[in-house]
Design a protein around this ligand. Structure first.
Ligand code: ADP
Length: 474
């Protein structure tokens, strides 16, 4: 079988083999055995077997050479036996039949052998091409069988891991410990192991890992199963991207933003206080100056909000955002916020609620979420008149919604607006200033209170933002 896939078709081999076989048969029938005729049937078997072997080893040509030599040998036998008449005719007929059979046999087997060689060769070339592509990829690639045993790993993976990857390595058994979002990832939770056991893909998850040489690295890993035609998982492939440099850069950037916002916070707070003081003193004097100082106050407030948001985002990134939870009436908080915001907008804010609802949450942070949703509703509905704030109870949760009659959000953007620094940009929205931090912070606050936040909207028809929180007993 090991000859399969080889494109070597020696033609000396069938010659030598057939000559030796015929010589041997002659020798056996005339010198060793008393009855030469008895050898005939066995000779047919031996020669057929040799034709098959020659066709298998030396392809079409080899098979044909063996068939021709067998027929010549038969001719030689007829000639040396001096057959005549009916016997001669029968012998010639038999040789012709056998000849057709032998050529057919040699043809089919020889052709099959050559065809299999070509297919095996093509597959091997395909594999080599794939391996060469994988070797040149700038990311680590590993392919395992369905038990997680490594079949192929490129050199980039070895560079990333800082050590050679052994062939006996089994993902899910020998894998090192890693961390994902601060939690330990056991060997069988690695993307490849997860993919193999569930048949599902893992897309771009981030892990941190301590290498054997002590270096901490950040990896972005994807994995997907490889299915057979009948849908069984037969292997899995994983792409491992070393994002340590980007992460370190991001960390330095976050550190800088954190430090800068901390430094800005104090002077801005004092500025705001002084401006408010100035405004109080000015009140009775000239209106023009009052209006200018009021603008300074507004701008200072915007600046203060921006710095606070930056600090919150930075705290969220570093896991330093803490909550001071208490039991309070959510409906009362909503009312307070609506009253404050109503004073500074032309929109009419309508409230709908039934009875009081208690929640256990950080009052200030929930205040922040709702303020953000209502100020967004005001900001993104310049033509709208009403903003509706509703409080509803649904099995164990309270759902607060803020509905506006504004510009709306296209469905493909509705998930993205909760991402960090994401803003919908299109021709109609260039006029809305902002940084895309509010909804990201709101989402983090709500999910860390075991709640949910979502939006229902249609472009041009207004949006309704919802958030839910678990209700606690009165
Ligand atoms: P910012 O308002 O500072 O840009 P947010 O995180 O609060 O940041 O909002 C993110 C994006 O979501 C906004 O830029 C806007 O495109 C979209 N958005 C938020 N609220 C609304 C709303 N009520 N109507 C339409 N679009 C909104």
């Amino acid at each position: 079988m090991h000859h399969l896939g080889e494109h070597k078709y020696p033609i000396v081999l069938p010659f030598v083999l057939m000559l030796a076989a015929c010589g041997l048969l002659e020798l056996i029938s005339y010198t060793i055995l008393p009855n030469p005729e008895a050898v005939g049937v066995y000779a047919i078997f031996v020669l057929v077997a040799l034709i098959i072997y020659c066709a298998f080893r030396s392809g079409l040509r080899g098979g044909f050479i063996a068939a021709v030599m067998t027929l010549v040998y038969y001719g030689y036998i007829i000639y040396t036996h001096n057959y005549t008449g009916q016997q001669l005719r029968t012998s010639i007929e038999t040789v012709i039949y056998l000849g057709v059979l032998y050529f057919l046999l040699a043809g089919i087997i020889g052709w099959l052998k050559q065809r299999i060689d070509t297919l095996i060769d093509r597959e091997a070339n395909e594999k080599r091409r794939l391996q060469s592509i994988i070797q040149q990829l700038p990311v680590g690639v590993v392919i395992t069988d369905n038990n997680g045993k490594i079949e192929y790993a490129n050199k980039q993976l070895e560079e990333i891991m800082g050590r050679p990857i052994k062939r006996e390595f089994v993902v899910g058994k020998d894998t090192v410990l890693a961390h994902h979002k601060g939690k330990v990832v056991g060997p069988n939770q690695w993307p490849l192991a997860y993919t193999l056991s569930t048949g599902r893909s893992v897309a771009g998850k981030e892990y941190t890992l301590q290498r054997a040489d002590g270096k901490k690295i950040y990896l972005n890993i994807s994995a997907s199963p490889i299915h057979s035609r009948d849908g069984k998982v037969i292997a899995a492939a994983s792409i491992i991207n070393d994002v340590t440099q980007q992460k370190l850069l991001e960390e330095r950037k976050d550190d800088f933003v954190n430090m800068a916002s901390h430094e800005l916070k104090t002077p801005i707070t004092s500025m705001k206080l002084y401006v408010e003081l100035l405004l109080k003193k000015l009140k009775k004097t000239d209106e023009k100056t009052v209006s200018i100082v009021s603008s300074i106050k507004n701008q200072t407030e915007r600046l203060q909000k921006l710095v606070n948001d930056l600090l919150d985002v930075s705290r969220l990134q570093t896991g330093k955002l803490t909550f001071n939870k208490e039991r309070f009436k959510l409906d009362v908080l909503v009312e307070e916020i609506v009253d404050v915001l109503q004073a500074s907008t032309k929109h009419t804010i309508l409230q709908e609620k039934k009875g009081s609802v208690f929640v256990y949450a950080d009052r200030f942070r929930i205040y922040q979420v709702l303020t953000n949703l209502i100020t967004n509703a005001i900001k993104y509905s310049p033509e709208g008149k009403h903003i509706r704030v509703r409080i509803k109870r649904t099995n164990g949760n309270v759902v607060v919604s803020v509905q506006d009659e504004g510009i709306g959000i296209a469905s493909d953007q509705q998930k993205k607006i909760f991402h960090r620094l994401y803003q919908v940009v299109d021709d109609t929205e260039n006029t809305f200033p902002g940084f895309g931090m509010g909804l990201f912070i709101s989402k983090e606050i709500i999910t860390r209170h075991r709640g949910k936040i979502w939006v229902e909207s249609e472009k041009g028809r207004g949006s309704t933002f919802f958030f839910s929180l678990p209700i606690v007993k009165e």
